[in-house]
Design a protein around this ligand. Structure first.
Ligand code: SF4
Length: 273
């Protein structure tokens, strides 16, 4: 199989699969294989309005699923996976790249804003076929995660309120200090990966001062509980975004940010995607 088939699959995060409404399979670059997503917020509920968001936010009146509906669809797709390895759905992808790596709470909005989030986390513990559970979150409500049997992948795109407000456009009351506290809360209890989107917006990029502050936040989160901060994942835009003033950044920029983080945290794994 050519690399371009895999690259095409990585770029395709279509959330529709057969007649399923709340679960969807994707070939994920960061999961390094197949990931089954759970879309518990099809109504696009989110406390951020990221300038690079790839979600089509037209469906704000979509029905929010019950926990039973999500669990039922999840069990069904897991059964299909065990029977077919989803070969028909991903005909150009080799079986070794279709190995199920994780179940990800992700989707069209922010999973922690799902009204039955705590109950869903409890019910997911009862499904033995789940190889790993991942919560992909903007990190703005992490205090809601009291019990979770997996890894948390929390967003940190900024080091100052100025850049946070420019890039992530959070709801009132969310600032960079609260995000740092939330990441510290998470790392003290759960395995954590920090995810950072870097992009050029309206011709602007994060300044050296911004990157310095960002690396310092990561350092403080790391020092809170080094063994639980598994990695920092840095990436740029790969799929079409809502605002056409958003552009990907060259690899040199990402490498420079990686270097700044590593200078402050020499034992931390920093990956570029
Ligand atoms: S946190 Fe995620 S879903 Fe929410 S606006 Fe940002 S990119 Fe979109």
């Amino acid at each position: 199989m050519s690399i371009s088939e895999l690259s095409k699959a990585w770029a395709d995060h279509n959330r529709r699969f057969a007649n399923f409404c709340f679960v969807y399979p994707v070939i994920s670059r960061r999961a390094k294989g197949l990931s089954i997503g759970i879309n518990c917020t099809p109504n696009c509920a989110c406390s951020y309005d990221c300038i690079y968001c790839q979600v089509n936010k037209k469906n704000t009146s979509a029905k929010v699923p019950s926990v039973d509906e999500i669990i039922s669809e999840l069990k069904e797709i897991l059964s299909i996976y065990h029977n077919t390895k989803l070969a028909e759905h991903f005909p150009n992808i080799e079986e070794k790249n279709r190995i199920l790596r994780d179940i990800a709470l992700s989707g069209d909005g922010e999973p922690t804003l799902y009204p039955y989030f705590a109950e869903l986390c409890e019910r997911l513990k009862e499904i033995p076929e789940i190889p790993k559970l991942v919560l992909i979150t903007n990190a703005a409500q992490l205090e809601k995660v009291q019990s979770f049997n997996g890894e948390i992948w929390g967003k940190l795109d900024a080091g100052t309120d100025e850049w946070l407000n420019f890039i992530n456009r959070p709801a009132k009351g969310i600032d960079i200090a609260s995000i740092e506290n939330n990441l510290k809360f998470a790392v003290s209890r759960f395995p954590l990966r920090i995810q950072t989107m870097l992009c050029e917006v309206q011709g602007k990029t994060a300044s050296e001062m911004e990157i310095k502050n960002y690396a310092q936040i990561i350092q403080r989160v790391y020092e809170t509980n080094p063994k639980n901060l598994l990695s920092v994942q840095i990436y740029s835009v790969a799929r079409p975004v809502a605002e056409n003033t958003v552009q990907p950044l060259p690899m040199e920029f990402l490498e420079n940010v990686k270097k700044k983080v590593e200078e402050k945290n020499s034992n931390l794994t920093v990956e570029i995607f």
